[in-house]
Design a binder for this molecule. Sequence first.
Ligand code: C2E
Ligand code: MG
Ligand code: MG
Ligand code: MG
Length: 286
Amino acid sequence: RAKLDGYGSVWFYDQKLHDELLYQHRLVDRLAEALDNGEFALHYQPQVSVASGRIEHLEALLRWQPAEGPPISPAEFIPLAERSGLIHRLGDWVMEAACQQRALWRDAGLAIERIDINVSGRQMSRPDIFQRFADCLARHDLGPRDIGLELTENVLIEADDRVLEGLRRLYDLGFRIAIDDFGTGYSSLSYLKHFPVTALKIDRTFVRDAPEQPEDRAIMEAAVFIGHRLGLEVVAEGVENREQLTLIREMHCDLAQGFYFFRPMPALEMERVLGGLVTGHPGVSG
Ligand code: C2E
Ligand code: MG
Ligand code: MG
Ligand code: MG
């Protein structure tokens, strides 16, 4: 009996794995089509100055709304795009869309410093990635200050010499480069010495738990301290309430991003906010 149950659960496990793989396989197929069908869009979420309450820059977040069915989260499709290699086409699309939007908003006179895009590890290891970025900027008559890059801590830790070399060139050109999800990678802090970065984004799990957990607060304080000592801008991700805002203000984080201020929104809505047609959010400046 025990044996039968054992076989049963092995079968069950295989079946589940099989279903999951099949689902992923189909998703990759749909992903490729989705690019051709224009099912992707960038949404924008402001990063707000903690001191002044002003919107400083925007993070572009990729959205996939299939022609039919519910939207699919980037947390789900980005890893699949990475594994299948589609991330290159997807990444090119994101870069192009962000540059186009940046140029449009510049021409419309909307006051934002730049748009930050997320870049994955596999994208960075492409030999011509540097040239692609440079060409895209040039096509839209933009400079390196107009578009920033966010790379997760793990991407930086795993970066080989070629990736680092590419990053170094981008940094030297004046690109702003942020370490995303800081504090969640399996890192020794020494990696911070070598990396050409300009900002550090404290992962939202710390921000979320900081009001209740002294440990999370301690880690955040240490992150702000190190960041500032290294001359980096420090951003708190995932700020959802006033309590968290009070904490990050006390810690002297430079920028805050999160639902408390703005949710990620489509370009048109973002434009209304930037154009001042929609006023602020619950008192940052207070
Ligand atoms: P991320 O770069 O760390 O982006 C922040 C994520 O936190 C976004 O999720 C955003 O919607 C969410 N967020 C913002 N404020 C809050 C908050 O106050 N509370 C909570 N609970 N969440 C908040 P999203 O858009 O689902 O993106 C998930 C991840 O997918 C991103 O994490 C990023 O790693 C990846 N991603 C998104 N767009 C792209 C892209 O264009 N290229 C690449 N390579 N990755 C992307
Ligand atoms: Mg990011
Ligand atoms: Mg992040
Ligand atoms: Mg994150």
